[in-house]
Structures are given as structure tokens and as C-alpha cells.
Write a protein that binds this ligand. Structure first.
Ligand code: GDP
Length: 466
């Protein structure tokens, strides 16, 4: 009988009932969770490769695949079947929800993966930074086709993405040398070696440690060759390394800040049957069902009702998990871009003036100098704010990190500079030495990435306030 239920138990049941309806109660899964982002020049084959991964790892069943094949044929997109899957899934996934960053997931023997900012998404290029900011591992897809590799490297996005990936803090880069099945390539060892050699030079310049953090794999996303199963004899005589998925499965565990204060930048929020759900990656610390936490800025106190990953539920979620969190005690209109879930006892600083080191990548045609009063848009985790340069403190030697010229009057593309920045509204930020993931940012205008930076000093007042 109902009367038998203890009071406090009943209270919990009645508030979680609605959630129980919509959340499938999934078992916990202890496999490591890794966040992936696909990078690379347009037409390198990112959509195709991610679609083929979805099919090969069983995320698309044969019935659905047949339906997609039929539809792709009707739309004269047969050769785009895998890319088509990503496009279509994207639309279906977002139906009824405000998902701004497309996501997909798959799993291997030892790991669970979330594909952030799944390619095929219309706003892929501008959003790449949001996706990459949360990613642990980048898959840089390069086309080996004659002319295409060259276009991607000379002025294309291949090197720019590799550089951004390093700056944003990705731990590992897996380079998939794609389209090896092309008639102009035919699994040529010479072509593959040429690509590895040329890219290696660029990657080194971007700061990548080639021995430790970079791996190259030849393959074909479209032909599903060396994607999941290792290459069959006769396809390619000179490669006997692991496949792409084999490589991902065996990546060294990502170092996580489990002891740190809880920080979850919110990428998306939506209301489902009266319950506010937010999606985000645990950047540091842990979060548990039943815990009270703050939404910052604003210090809104909320209780955690449930934690759900792509394929499992959690009582406690650790850093690296990308989860949907059902919250009790708020309306969704208190959440805005840049909102963070933070521990109550170890609050996140909310600051409007910072000292930062900024690397200038590109400047708008009409504003070729980076100097005081330069304005742009500041993107950190999910925050977007207007920003103005207050003063330049010193130029920085990128190799030694030492200060060179004090108080320069302006800086140019290629320079690194320590400077003070003023934000339009306060943003949740931490110093690089405390939490790199909450210190990294990019400066953009409407079309391009102007600079990349990290917060080095939030000021004594802000430190003491927390
Ligand atoms: P994205 O812009 O990087 O997402 O590239 P897409 O996945 O849309 O692919 C661009 C083009 O390259 C399409 O015409 C694909 O069919 C083709 N393509 C992709 N992967 C391969 C491959 O492994 N081999 C060959 N020959 N073509 C491919």
C-alpha cells in the first residue's frame, strides 16, 4: 500500500516521476568516455568517415541503412550515403529540442565515444571551435587525392584546424589519410609518406609532439577500409598497423582533473515536461544525483535529479563524461550561453577584466593592428561576449614564454602578447594554472578567428571573492 512508503522516499519519488517517464533507466558503464571532434579541410571526407563509423559500430541498423540507401538514391546522393546518414541523423536528433551542437555516439570494446559537433551540421565551420573546446581527441581527416591534400595544406583548413586543436587543448590527434582508394592514389606508399612528411613539419610548428600525441592512419572512409577492421591482405602491402577504431580504442587514458572543483559548461538546455535538462561535459570534479550545485553566474541553487550519458546513466559522473543533467529548482530562462554548473563550496570566479596571453592568428582587412581599444567577440567554453583590449603589457616569445618588449603600442599577425581585456558582461573564467579548460578562449569577428588566448590572471579581487 502507498501508506507504507516513508515520507522522504515519497518526496523523492514524486519529483522524479516525470523524469523517470522520459529517461530510459540505463545501466552504469565504467568504460572510459572520450570526446571526439572531426577536423579537416572541406571535402576531406569528414561526414563520410563519421557516417561509416556509425554504420560499422552498429549505430545504424541494417533496416535503417537500407532506408537511407533508398532515399540517398532518390536524391541522387548514392556516393554520399554515409554523409547522408550524418545529415539525416542530425535533423532527427534535433527534432523538438534546441540542440545547437550536433552530436553522435559510438562505442568500442574499451571506450565510449561522443562525436561533438558532428560534421554534416550546417554550421559546422563556425561551430567547430565550440565542439573542439570540449573535445579530448581530434580526428584530422586529410584527402590523399592529388591536388586535394595540397589545397588543404596551402591556405586551407588542414593546418589551421591542427593549430587550433593544439591551442584549444586537445590531447591527441589522429590523422586519417583518407581516399587512399582514389585512382590517383591506389594505396601508394610514396604518396602516403609524402603526406606524413609534409604534415609532420606543420604539426611540429603547431606544437604537436609527433612521437607521443600524433598518429597517422591510411584508409578510405567511403570504402570503409581500415576504419574498423584492419586492412585485408592484398589491399595495401606496406601497412600493417591498426585501423582507425583500433587506434581510438587503444589510446592512452586521458588525464582528468577528478580532484578539482566541479565545472560543467552548459552547451544546451531544454525543458521537457516541466523539468529543465542541461547538456554539458564535466570538465573537472564530479557530480552526483541528489547533490545541490550552483548555476553560475547568478548563484542559482539547483538539485541534481538525474545524470544520463549517451548510452548509460550515472549516480556520479566523472570528468570527461558528456551528460544530460535533469535539474530541480530553476526555470530554464536563468541559463544563457556561458552558464556553468559549479560546486557550491568551491565557486567559479565570475570576471569582467582579465590578464591574458593572446596569439594573433588573423586580423580583419580594415583593422590590421591589434592595439588598445581593439574590439572583437570573446568565446570561452560556451560563453560569447563583446571584448575590448584595455592595454598591451608585453610581447611574449612563444618558444620560451618569456616577456620581450614591454608595453608595445600595437601587435601584428603572428605575435603573442600579454594584455588586459575588458568583457562586455562578466564571464565564468579561471586562470590557466588552475583549470586550463576554463581559461582558454578565442577572439573572433563575424567570419574568422582573430586570435587564441588563455587567461593568466583574474586579479586579486576576483580571487579573493571566491
Ligand atoms: P567533408 O566536407 O569533409 O565532410 O567531406 P564529405 O564526407 O562530404 O566528402 C567529400 C567528397 O569526398 C564526397 O564526394 C565523398 O564521396 C568523397 N569521399 C569521401 N571519402 C572518400 C574516400 O574514402 N574515397 C573516395 N574516393 N572519395 C571519398
Amino acid at each position: 500500500e502507498d501508506d507504507d512508503i516513508e515520507d522522504d522516499e515519497e518526496e523523492i519519488t514524486s519529483t522524479t516521476n516525470k523524469v523517470a517517464d522520459i529517461k530510459i533507466d540505463l545501466p552504469e558503464d565504467s568504460r572510459e568516455h572520450v570526446n571526439l571532434v572531426f577536423l579537416g579541410h572541406v571535402d576531406a571526407g569528414k561526414s563520410t568517415l563519421s557516417g561509416s563509423i556509425m554504420v560499422l559500430t552498429g549505430q545504424v541498423d541494417s533496416h535503417t541503412l537500407a532506408k537511407y540507401e533508398r532515399e540517398a538514391k532518390e536524391n541522387h546522393r548514392e556516393s554520399w550515403i554515409f554523409a547522408y546518414i550524418m545529415d539525416t541523423n542530425e535533423e532527427e536528433r534535433t527534432k523538438g529540442k534546441t540542440v545547437e551542437v550536433g552530436r553522435a555516439h559510438f562505442e568500442t570494446e574499451k571506450k565510449r565515444f561522443t562525436i561533438l559537433d558532428a560534421p554534416g551540421h550546417r554550421l559546422y565551420v563556425p561551430n567547430m571551435i565550440v565542439g573542439a573546446a570540449q573535445a579530448d581527441v581530434g580526428i584530422l581527416v586529410v584527402s590523399s587525392k592529388k591536388g586535394e591534400f595540397e589545397a588543404g595544406v596551402d591556405g586551407g583548413q588542414t593546418v589551421e584546424h591542427a593549430r587550433l586543436a593544439k591551442m584549444i587543448g586537445l590531447k591527441q590527434l589522429v590523422i586519417f589519410v583518407n581516399k587512399m582508394d582514389e585512382p590517383s592514389v591506389q594505396w601508394s606508399k610514396e604518396r602516403y609518406d609524402e603526406i606524413v612528411e609534409k604534415l609532420s613539419v606543420h604539426l611540429k610548428k603547431c606544437g604537436w609532439n609527433l612521437k607521443k600525441d600524433v598518429q597517422f592512419i591510411p584508409g578510405s572512409g567511403y570504402g570503409t577500409l581500415n576504419v574498423k577492421d584492419p586492412l585485408k591482405p592484398g589491399v595495401c602491402s606496406w601497412y600493417n598497423g591498426p585501423s582507425l577504431i583500433g587506434t581510438l580504442d587503444n589510446l592512452p587514458p586521458i588525464e582528468r582533473n577528478i580532484e578539482g572543483a566541479l565545472r560543467i559548461p552548459i552547451t544546451t538546455s531544454y525543458k521537457d515536461r516541466g523539468i529543465v535538462n542541461v547538456i554539458g561535459k564535466v570538465e573537472s570534479g564530479t557530480i552526483s544525483v541528489g547533490q545541490s550545485i550552483h548555476i553560475m553566474p547568478g548563484k542559482y541553487k539547483v538539485d541534481v535529479v538525474s545524470l544520463t550519458g549517451d548510452i548509460c546513466s550515472f549516480k556520479t559522473a566523472r570528468p570527461g563524461e558528456n551528460i544530460t543533467i535533469a535539474l530541480k529548482g530553476i526555470e530554464d530562462d536563468v541559463i544563457r550561453p556561458g552558464s556553468i554548473l559549479a560546486e557550491i563550496n568551491r565557486p567559479v570566479p565570475v570576471v569582467s577584466e582579465i590578464e591574458a596571453i593572446v596569439y594573433i592568428l588573423d586580423l580583419p582587412e580594415e583593422r590590421k593592428l591589434f592595439s588598445p581599444d581593439f574590439t572583437s567577440i570573446f568565446h570561452a567554453h560556451t560563453a560569447v561576449e563583446d571584448v575590448r583590449v584595455k592595454s598591451l603589457i608585453a610581447t611574449i616569445d612563444m618558444k620560451t614564454n618569456e616577456e620581450k618588449k614591454q608595453k608595445p603600442t600595437f601587435c601584428k599577425v603572428g605575435d603573442a602578447v600579454k594584455c588586459r581585456l575588458i568583457l562586455g558582461r562578466p564571464v565564468c573564467l579561471e586562470e590557466f594554472s588552475v583549470n586550463p579548460q576554463l581559461s582558454r578562449f578565442t577572439l573572433r569577428d563575424s567570419t574568422k578567428t582573430i586570435a587564441f588566448g588563455k587567461v593568466v590572471n583574474i586579479g586579486k579581487k576576483a580571487r579573493e571573492a571566491i
